[in-house]
Structure formats: C-alpha cells, structure tokens
Ligand binder design. Structure first.
Ligand code: 4NP
Length: 156
C-alpha cells in the first residue's frame, strides 16, 4: 500500500495543485511509494484545469501542471489518506470541521509547519500578479522538502 497524501486549498486551482505537483516530483526523485493528490474545500472549479497564472508559475519553475483536474474534498476522502495537508489555516480549520472523527481531524496538518515556520499560510495568490504565484510556489517547494524529510520511516 502506498502512503497517501492529499493537499487541500480553497479552489484546488492554484496552491494545492502546485503542492501536489512539486511533491510528486520529490517522492519520484526519492523513489518512495507515495501517492499524492489535491483537492479544494470549495466546489466552484470542480472539473476544470488549474488557474492560468498557476500553470505559468509552474512552467517558470520547471513543472508541468497541464494534467490537473480540480475536485472538491469530501468527508469520505479522510479514509483514503494517511495525511491531509492544508495550504492555509482556514483550509485546516475547514478540513477539521469536515472530519468525520477525531482521528480524521488529527490527520490534518498545515503545510508550512513542515518548513519549520509554524502557523503560517501559503497566501492565496488567486487573481493576483505573477509574483504572488511565484512566491506561493517557492513556499510550497520549501515546505514540501520538509514534508519529504518528515515522512514516517516506514515510507522512507
Ligand atoms: P486556491 O486559490 O485555493 O489556491 O486554488 C483560489 C482559487 C479560486 C478561488 C479562491 C482561491 N475562488 O474563490 O474561486
């Protein structure tokens, strides 16, 4: 069984797709049996592609986001993942509210905690200038490296 991670933001078109794509690259490079998905707490963009500015930022960073299809996180998803990672504190709060059990709520983490800077958001770049997307991607890369290093030893 692979270890399963789901990154969750609000729309699933900017930050969590970035995190999933970056993390997939890291686990592939490390040769780990880890499956990585993403989802949004909101339903506005379900079935659609990643945001155009997010795709451009990914391209500038050397990543390909063209295969992304947005979906909404459901309470039943908690059973599918070992780890559910919110991109900001509102995502974490919303996820814990959705959680069907205390154990599920306990599987929710905040992404930047893995970068050693507790309780900080990856700010929402939606509708903002390119630099905000580049900044979000840089925060995501840093935190995903920390997350990789903190995976359980059974996975590494
Ligand atoms: P994301 O950005 O949560 O990083 O995907 C957003 C995308 C869309 C919306 C909000 C945030 N929206 O309100 O449609």
């Amino acid at each position: 069984m692979p270890y399963r991670i789901c990154f969750v933001c609000l729309g699933n078109i900017c930050r969590s797709p970035m995190a999933a794509i970056v993390m997939r690259g890291l686990v592939a490079e490390a040769g780990l049996d880890v499956e990585v998905d993403s989802a949004g707490t909101g339903s506005w963009h379900v079935g659609g592609p990643a945001d155009r500015s997010a795709l451009s930022a990914l391209t500038r960073g050397g990543y390909d986001g063209s295969q992304h299809v947005a979906r909404q996180f459901r309470p039943s998803d908690f059973a599918r993942y070992d780890l559910v990672v919110g991109l900001d504190r509102a995502n974490v709060r919303d996820l814990r509210r959705l959680a069907p059990s205390p154990e599920a709520a306990a599987a929710v983490r905040l992404l930047r905690d893995y970068a050693g800077v507790p309780d900080l958001d990856v700010p929402d770049p939606y509708g903002g200038p390119d630099v905000e997307f580049d900044d979000a991607l840089a925060l995501v890369v840093e935190a995903c490296r920390g997350l990789l290093a903190s995976l359980p030893t059974t996975v590494r």
